[in-house]
Write a protein that binds this ligand. Sequence first.
Ligand code: ATP
Ligand code: MG
Ligand code: MG
Length: 537
Amino acid sequence: NGEKQKDDSANFDIGLQDVGDGTGIVTRFPPEPSGYLHIGHAKAALLNDYFAHEKYKGTLLLRFDDTNPIKEKQEFQDAIVEDLALMGIKADKVSHTSDYFKELYEYCVQLIKEGNAYADDTLQEKMRDERMKGIPSERRDSSVEDNLARFEEMKKGTEEGQRWCIRAKMSVDDPNKAMRDPVIYRCSDEEHHRTGDEWNIYPTYDFCCPIVDAIEGVTHALRTTEYNDRDAQYQWFLKALRLRPVYNWGFARLNFVRTLLSKRKLTKIVDSGFVWGWDDPRMPTVRGVRRRGVTIPALREFILKQGPSKNIVNLDWYSFWATNKKYIDPIAARYTAIAEDAKVPVTVIGAREGVITEEKDKHAKYTNLGKKKVVFSSSIIMEQEDAASFAQDEEITLMNWGNAIVRKISHSINPLAKPSGFKTVTALELELHLQGDVKKTSKKVTWLSTDQNLIPVELVDFDYLITKDKLEEGDQLEDFLNPNTETRTKALADCNVAELKVDDIVQFDRKGYFRIDKAFAHGEPAIAFQIPTGRGK
Ligand code: ATP
Ligand code: MG
Ligand code: MG
């Protein structure tokens, strides 16, 4: 299911300008290798891929935006490459912003020489205040020579140099605060994961992005709409440096209810041990949602269906899971699992002598899924919840077998249970009534013959990591972490479940869809994660 699928649900345009026949279109996906891809990143990647490769016959660039050595790691870069491949996205070229550190340095020198940038040692707090109030920095009109000398000190990483940064001389008081002399170079003595200790200065994202886009021949830079305010500075850099034009296009960032789509917050959750890792099934990462049971075609369809609209909405997971269900239903073979807790032994009167094994379709509708064994005998088990609902002489249906009449119910009184006197069914006797009409019974129950190797399986259901639909500015993440995100049920499954492999998607009758996270082996239970299909999950 890693196959790329073209689907008609995605057919939209963003009014790209001057595209001709489209072969000249160049888009790019610029992740920072500071975490694993989340589904928001997947949207950016899929949209860029769509315009480069499906809508037009253009070029897709993958560029690692690695200008902040503190947060970046090779591990993250490798994971990003793998996850893109998994989504069927293949970039035509791969590069790193750090490949251009020399050019970027030279462009900065050019800006300084032409009076378009200056060195500043204003303390951070004061600089922020001045920018807010539209007050010029004391250093704004320093001479070109002084600015160049200070930039050299920065480059050498001297103590003196480390006090300075470089700012573009755009405006002091533009109503668009992004235009108020943004910082374009800063010092850092961190080791860079690719360039090591070669550089003591690093360009900011705002400075790199337009320059590297222009150098690499990007024609259309798609960015989330939070960048709208920064489009003006992006264009300012292109103009000041006389670089080739790049067209900016904004699309809405992807948001989901009760979901963190910020690498900073996700990193916190991983580092604190609140989840098992970046691929935890509760994580909104590409790996996480896959592990939860999302198929790649469903992910692509759902995200491309959102299209490049600029409307920011807080999406409900419901429609996401509903899209996924379309893809998993035809591939999910059906099995039976019985919750082990207080399972009830049942004697079936009128069953054929001995143990009968029949070959049945794994899915009544999708017979291409193959056959499984169904074992019939007079000794079966059932779930307590079903057994406890039966009345004396009630006619019920044993799924995939036929009707039976409840002849004897044995109870024990559990003195600890509330309300007091709650009865636990300890055993049942059913009499087969195969001529009965299965359409006329209200209870269709699952059962398993004990005359087969019952396979232990742990069924795991997950909940949202956070308890609030949308975290607001100022909300402390810690205050909204859901303390209970995992429910485990021990169950016994039919003998066929022994053959299931990791990643298989199955359906347990009356329990829903599951993805096998760990296969049954050496007597250790299989582990199956519930795949949501409905509202609220
Ligand atoms: P985060 O805030 O999660 O760290 P980021 O933008 O800092 O995200 P990058 O690695 O720089 O992380 O992002 C790569 C690309 O993905 C960028 O083009 C960015 O705009 C886009 N992107 C990030 N989050 C979303 C989102 N929620 N929806 C759509 N696109 C997104
Ligand atoms: Mg970023
Ligand atoms: Mg961010």
